[in-house]
Design a binder for this molecule. Structure first.
Ligand code: PMV
Length: 343
């Protein structure tokens, strides 16, 4: 038996970091996916292959220990084609190898587990450590493929919950934003208190992602913002309140189809993320290069400190793409209405 599942990555448009303080965030699933194929194994281990990252590992069926089989960090840059063969790469082998833990915990979950060896093949269209939800996409797709292989019926709600638990176990701290979007797809308005609410955009959302070769460490960046907040509460709290207003106005602008307002709010959000200390020279350079090439809105996306920017550039996508490719890595993404799929 051979089963395949896939799940999309995501881009946060508004509200990262503030969401940790109970404020809303807006994010969308993107048309770059993790594709996981599971079949009966050639031996009595779980053999995992992620060719795009040159990551190969064997997971013991009994004690679930991971044995790296071979690593040679690839230098390949992401291309803007949607073909997976010439696609992938990653900046760091620590991130690369860490991916195996998400796969291990998704396969040995507390609902169903294999009692024989499996071969697990992962194709990756999303750079890892770039704030684009690669670990959530891999986790969601692995869980879905595994459920399908074991002929388990999982609701999307249950799958999203299990995926979030995997992220919590592996990462220590994670908001359910990434796993929720990867499971359900589309556009989401998210708060910690009320969870995810789907929103219906009345505009096209072609984005260019500019991707620095430096991964951001989400835990460290969240801790940095916490320190700034604790040292200067009377300054930082109003910034977080303003980001909340931005996300709420952006939700309206997205559902009203007001491109200009969405773009302006992205630019203001970028300034406030800079004030929170999560911007970098490289990210700033990408943000301003994108604007000078025709983007009407651009900002870092995700935790910052490295990772990616998104540029909103209706009618100017090619120009912005070409410019950012000259500076760093860049590719185009669109909204993915489709969340996880499996057969
Ligand atoms: O970079 P990412 O995709 O891990 O996004 C982090 C978003 C934060 O708001 C900074 C943290 C969080 O858990 O929401």
């Amino acid at each position: 038996m051979k089963v395949t599942a896939s799940a999309p990555g995501k881009a946060i448009l508004f509200g990262e970091h503030a969401v940790v303080y109970g404020k809303p965030a807006i994010a969308m699933a993107v048309n770059r996916r993790a594709i996981v194929t599971i079949q009966e194994g050639t031996n009595d281990q779980i053999n995992v292959q992620i060719p795009e990252l040159d990551v190969y590992g064997a997971i013991d069926l009994t004690d679930h220990q991971i044995k790296p089989l071979k690593t040679s960090p690839s230098q390949t840059k992401f291309s803007d084609t949607s073909s997976t063969s010439d696609n992938p790469a990653s900046p760091s082998s620590i991130y690369d190898m860490g991916i195996l833990k998400f796969i291990r915990n998704a396969i040995f979950n507390d609902q169903f587990q294999p009692d024989h060896g499996l071969d697990v093949q992962v194709e990756l269209e999303i750079p890892i450590g770039a704030g684009l939800g690669s670990s959530a996409a891999i986790t969601v797709a692995t869980l879905a493929a595994s459920a399908s292989y074991h002929q388990e019926d999982l609701t999307l709600e249950k799958l999203a919950k299990m995926a979030h638990h995997v992220e919590l176990d592996v990462q220590g701290a994670a908001s359910p934003l990434d796993t929720t979007i990867s499971t359900h797809g589309g556009f989401i308005y998210f708060t910690r208190k009320d969870g995810a609410v789907k929103i219906n955009p009345a505009l096209e959302m072609p984005l260019v992602v500019g991707y620095t070769s430096q991964p951001g460490n989400t835990g460290q960046l969240v801790a940095g913002v916490r320190k700034l907040h604790d040292d200067h509460p009377e300054i930082i709290n109003p910034i977080l309140d303003t980001i909340e207003k931005i996300a709420n106005q952006a939700r309206q602008a997205i559902t009203n189809g007001d491109q200009q307002k969405v773009a302006e709010l992205m630019n203001i959000n970028q300034g406030l993320l800079d004030a929170l200390g999560v911007n970098t020279n490289q990210l700033s350079n990408l943000v301003y290069q994108a604007r000078s090439a025709g983007a009407i809105g651009s900002k870092l996306t995700g935790a910052g400190g490295g990772g990616s920017i998104i540029a909103y550039c209706p009618g100017k996508t090619q120009e912005v793409l070409e410019r950012l490719k000259h500076v760093e890595n860049a590719f185009q993404v669109n909204i993915s209405p489709q969340g996880v799929t499996w057969e």
